[in-house]
Design a protein around this ligand. Structure first.
Ligand code: PHE
Length: 342
């Protein structure tokens, strides 16, 4: 068993399955967002929570944070929607489960939840990051995540962003910021989203709109996954035409071995848990360490240095960036565990 603690509870008010996975507190309080999504079965939500929380441990360790990894998954039934009162009940149930952990884990926004939801969770527990600034939190983290993505894209190559081509897969909160920032830098972008409503953003920023499948296999310098995970599979690798992949989506690989398949194909994969750390770096800097927004932004920019170092180590040791990052995260977490055992 890799995880320190896993709680699975049917929400007392809502009746909805709530899963909180605490992967590790070896480096400090576990943090990770609250995902609200439909799953064929709640057990699929559990699988997601286990993988996502482990990735959060690596994300925090590599970002140099004194935090461990956790994740909350609210597993709705297929097609289940929540009206406002039902949503409040769910979020209060989530808050109670988190309160029961006594501070070992703190949540934040993730797919399906936002800063306003953190206010509702915070009615039951203080351990919720990213409430709106007016409500005393550090606000929406997606722009900061995007800043970390841009720093990563810069670290991939000395060529200016404006002279490179990108395919952004997913124009949700983070993806839309990435598109805006790349457009401002003069980059050429191909974009897609399963939601046709996002098409207007392509027009606004002069990007080419395509289908998700064309976007994933576009002939560009960098593919930027910014939607759900699992998009990189052994089967899809031969069809890819990008030179590198770096984006904020969590758990981009269907399984760890796919990193090796990408490497053999000559595609550089920047580990998602390095690239996507901007949100947690900013939120913890402001809310836990009371830093100014400027100090926090400098920390987010350092994600580019971390990625550059991971890429250097990979080249020097003849391994994949994924392997170099995993080894580094494991060393840091193991050192934390030894300190904790003493
Ligand atoms: N989606 C963010 C993540 O999992 C959630 C988060 C943001 C958690 C900020 C804590 C603080 O990386």
């Amino acid at each position: 068993m890799d995880h320190e603690r896993i709680i699975i509870e049917r929400g007392r008010r809502s009746g909805v399955p709530i899963i909180v996975a605490v992967h590790s507190t070896a480096l400090g309080q576990a943090i990770g967002g609250c995902r609200l999504a439909a799953y064929p079965d709640w057990r699929d939500g559990l699988t997601d929570a286990l993988r996502l929380s482990a990735a959060m441990s690596a994300k925090c360790a590599l970002a140099g944070l004194p935090n461990g990894g956790g994740k909350t998954v609210v597993a709705l039934a297929p097609g289940q929607t929540l009206d406002a009162p039902a949503r409040r009940e769910v979020l209060h149930d989530v808050g109670d489960v988190i309160a029961g952990l006594g501070g070992a884990y703190a949540t934040g926004p993730d797919m399906g939840t936002g800063p306003d939801d953190m206010v509702t969770i915070a009615e039951r527990t203080p351990y919720a990051f990213c409430r709106p600034v007016e409500a005393g939190g550090s606000g929406d983290s997606s722009e900061h995540t995007a800043v970390g993505v841009l720093a990563s894209l810069q670290a991939l190559s000395p060529e200016p962003l404006g002279e490179r081509t990108f395919a952004i897969l997913g124009l949700g909160r983070v993806g839309a910021h990435v598109l805006r920032m790349l457009a401002e830098a003069g980059a050429t972008c191909v974009v897609s989203d399963v939601d046709e409503d996002r098409r207007a953003l392509a027009g606004k920023y002069g990007a080419t709109w395509t289908s998700p499948e064309e976007c994933r296999t576009a002939d560009v310098d960098v593919l930027v996954p910014a939607a759900t995970g699992g998009l990189l599979t052994r089967e899809i690798v031969p069809a890819l035409r990008c030179a590198a992949i770096a984006g904020p989506a969590n758990n981009q690989l269907d399984e760890p071995a796919t990193a090796g398949v990408l490497h053999e194909r000559g595609i550089l994969w920047a580990p998602d848990y390095v690239v996507s750390a901007g949100g947690i770096v900013h939120a913890t800097a402001v809310e836990l360490h009371h830093e100014t927004s400027e100090q926090a932004t400098n920390r987010v920019a350092a994600i580019g240095d971390t990625l550059a170092e991971v890429l250097r180590t990979a080249r020097a040791t003849g391994t994949t960036p994924a392997e170099a990052a995993r080894a580094r995260a494991e060393n840091l977490i193991a050192a934390g565990r030894r300190r904790m055992a003493r």
